[in-house]
Design a protein around this ligand. Structure first.
Ligand SMILES: [Zn+2]
Length: 405
């Protein structure tokens, strides 16, 4: 996407100017934005921006990024002085099939109110339950809601969707994806303990078949596989994702604590690692060991749901703060929750960036210095110096009451 030049911009704004002309209020031909966010430090890795920049928004889209936009140029002005302004975050692993699937939480509690304008549900619904997810969750939410379709037909509406392999029906999955391409962006398969004898490889084979037929990426939840992890990785292709990569059991570390050579090879051929913090899937020792060995997760996601929203996960900004505390930079963690997800999944429009023309999905954070205590899934604590705290967020230029102070 390219930046509008000034002349084109004036054309875009002409409707606004004409509206004021008859009222005698128009003193000069000046751009009037619906919303101006001024004084903040913009971090938009996809656009290569990390600087003090103001944003002009009209019609729900970013129309101008500039060093200075006057407050008088906005019908509404948000003063972001001293704050971090970023594209609305994208959380690629949440569970929001509220009231239906295990641990589902209402999407807006963890979405736009927390600076996360786009949520990707991680397999709560499968082919038989997806119509309900679509109508009663995705369509109602103020945050953008996408989904990874569970390869098992009931999705997470049963205690372990892979205890009965008759639930795995690639054709039903493909049909459901084709009917819901606007919001299904991938397939989820969960390698849970309890998959009947050696069935993990068979499930991966069927998932591969569905993903190829529907041309969407696979996200595989690791941890409960009975086969060695490299055997599972064999089924993945470039663009696929391994989630829960930093858990204690069944992680990407071998028994000597070294990242599997096969994981490095998989990453070299374009397979991504996702965090999926959750109740049991982020171990600080594992994460620190992996980062020390020079490997960073491609995407940082929360796996937030009803069972961990009150801790230790809370939300995506807290999860990002934990990784900053482990040595990743602000720009790196924002990349892992904006530019990186937007490269992996096809959201149907450019998300995760604030280039002019993009939807005005914007998150504003306070980078709060001082003592913070963070906890991993096992209750291990780390103290840190910085925390990313949501201040306000906008989806398509609307705040939906997200301004916290
Ligand atoms: Zn999950």
């Amino acid at each position: 996407m390219r930046k509008l030049d000034r002349r084109e911009f004036l054309t875009v704004a002409a409707g606004t100017a004409a509206g004021l002309a008859g009222t005698g209020l128009q003193r000069e031909r000046r751009e009037i934005f619906d919303l101006v966010i001024s004084g903040g430090h913009l971090v938009d890795p996809a656009a290569g921006m990390n600087a003090a920049l103001d944003i002009g928004i009209t019609g729900g889209r970013v129309v101008q990024i500039a060093e200075h936009i006057l407050p008088s140029e906005g019908r509404r002005v948000i003063d972001a002085t001293g704050r971090i302004v970023a594209p609305g975050l994208i959380d690629v692993h949440v569970h929001v099939f509220d009231g239906v699937a295990q641990v589902g939480i209402q999407p807006d509690l963890i979405g736009v109110a927390r600076g996360v304008t786009t949520l990707v549900d991680g397999g709560s619904a499968g082919a038989t339950t997806f119509p309900g997810f679509r109508d009663y969750v995705a369509r109602q939410a103020r945050s953008r809601v996408y989904a990874l379709l569970n390869i098992s037909m009931p999705g997470m509406t049963v205690p372990n969707e892979l205890t009965d392999l008759r639930y795995v029906d690639p054709e039903a999955a493909v049909r459901t994806i084709e009917e819901n391409r606007d919001i299904i962006v991938g397939i989820k398969v969960r390698m849970l303990a309890g998959i009947p004898g050696g069935g993990d490889v068979e499930v991966m084979r069927l998932t591969r078949e569905a993903a190829d037929a529907a041309a969407v990426p696979i996200t595989v939840h690791i941890g409960g596989q009975t086969s060695p992890l490299p055997r599972i990785l064999d089924f993945l292709r470039p663009g696929d994702v391994v989630t829960h990569a930093l858990r204690r059991q069944g992680s990407i570390l071998d028994e000597r604590g070294r990242v599997y050579a096969e994981v490095r090879e998989a990453m070299a051929r374009g397979i991504h690692l996702d965090v999926g913090h959750g109740r049991g899937n982020l171990d600080f020792d594992v994460a620190e060991a992996v980062l020390d060995q020079g490997i960073m997760p491609t995407t940082i996601s929360s796996d937030v749901h009803r069972g961990n929203v009150a801790g230790p996960v809370f939300d995506l900004p807290t999860t990002l703060s934990k990784f900053m505390n482990m040595g990743m930079t602000l720009e790196q963690v924002i990349t892992a929750a904006t530019a990186a997800p937007a490269r992996i999944y096809d959201f149907g429009e450019p998300l995760g960036t604030l280039t002019p023309g993009a939807a005005a999905d914007i998150a504003i954070f306070d980078l709060v210095e001082g003592a913070h205590e963070f906890m991993d899934s096992g209750g291990k604590r780390r103290s840190g110096e910085q925390g990313l705290v949501p201040y306000a967020a906008f989806r398509s230029g609307r705040d939906f009451g997200s301004i916290t102070r």
